[in-house]
Design a protein around this ligand. Sequence first.
Ligand code: MV4
Length: 494
Amino acid sequence: MQKILVANRGEIAVRVMRTAKEMGIKTVAVFSEADRNMPFVRYADEAVCIGPAPSSQSYLRADKIIEVAKQVGADAIHPGYGFLSENAAFSKAVSDAGLIFIGPTAYSIEMMGSKIAAKQAAKKFNVPMVPGTEDPIQDVAEAQGIAARIGYPILIKASAGGGGKGMRVVNSEAELEQQMQMAKSEALSAFGNDDVFIEKYVGAPRHIEIQLMGDQHGNYVYLFERECSIQRRHQKLIEEAPSSCLTKDIRKAMGECAVAVARSCNYHGAGTVEFLVDEDLNFYFLEMNTRLQVEHCVTEMITGIDLVKEQINVARGNKLSVSQDDLKINGHSIELRVCAEDPMNNFLPDTGKLEMYQPPKGPGVRVDDGYEQGQDIPIFYDPMIAKLVVHAGTRDEAIERLCRAIDEYYIQGIQTTLGFGKWAVRTEPFRSGKFDTKFIDKYFKPEYLQEEDPAAVEIAALLSGIVWEEKKQQKKTVVESANGIGSNWKLKRK
Ligand code: MV4
């Protein structure tokens, strides 16, 4: 493998290219018209424009991307996350074109893409699951029977869904028929498939996932867990490794279950098995993500393994470079997703220009970012502009390091999730490790981020004094004089 085409954009494209470069592999960027001036385009050895800004006309154009790969003589394609990364047809088309897809086969992607097929496969290996069904529900009568057996509340889930899409909570039999019809019609229009299944609804679970790697020779390792409970509308905001709630034994049991799920679909490459964990630390298989994930960095920090390097290694047909016994957890890592969103306004995307952009530095700080100062954040893609990842000896030290890095992070021109992150890790539930997927709903209020900065208050007071004096002496308007001195004093809001 001498040349990799990266079928993605932004921070993950740079992330993949960095490792390729270290391995002496050439890189090719493909980019949309909106991304012409992005760092990932410059970072690549070659770059080809593949179409207009909308993803459907660029980053989702499987045919075009494969054509470019052949033209430039690439021998592999890395899909990153999102876009075509979990598209079974793309994996197959890449292989059929005689190229290496750096990821699992179409067979694995398809099986895990169907939540029902995934549950059936996992069940054969005695992987624990929430009480419910592993077959599509045929009709309302069947659903009523199952719900009565497992007890309300229940959750109706779309088999083709995942990541929270196509789920409906049903609290009583009276709601069942209508909710099931809605779930089915939603699933049909969103995924083109209306198979649904039922699970007992777990009220306030933790979301913990296991990172694994498999090679093409049937070898697997798990790289421990990531705690991903701090999320909003199924969008993760803070991830950490290890989780503060698992014991050594549960970690091992979950790791072995994750490997069993991977084995059940002949998986190879990097994959993640998601679990729900309840208050009593019972864990239940949810689904498998057949891609490298956004939050893979926290696993890299605590294991010292470069997951992209390992992906490339196994895609080449080599054996895994590590065995389970080689892997140890070293310290603690936390990641904050830095998104162009306004936490004070319902986390709505806040696009605009990065007027100022200065990432933090120093010991134990890693920033994977995709933009630089002066650039516009396009409206066409995901609002995540960077990942702030810290690593330290203990969880408490990692929290302090994250706060220090957030304070150093200087962004102007757009609202971001930085201030939210600092608030979140300083709360008592986060500090004590006692939180679940309801954390933001339960504890967050936008006004927590509106606290006046004492320094800002003092500067404002001093300025108004100066302006007042000038006004008195020169009989000029406040606005005129304030424009001269005041405009650069607008403090960053975090
Ligand atoms: C659940 C659940 C409660 N009970 N399943 C959401 C994402 C998808 N992977 C599965 N999800 C859930 N499945 C049962 N039986 C609650 C969720 C859930 C959730 C899971 C992980 C992280 C955040 C979540 C937020 C809301 C609901």
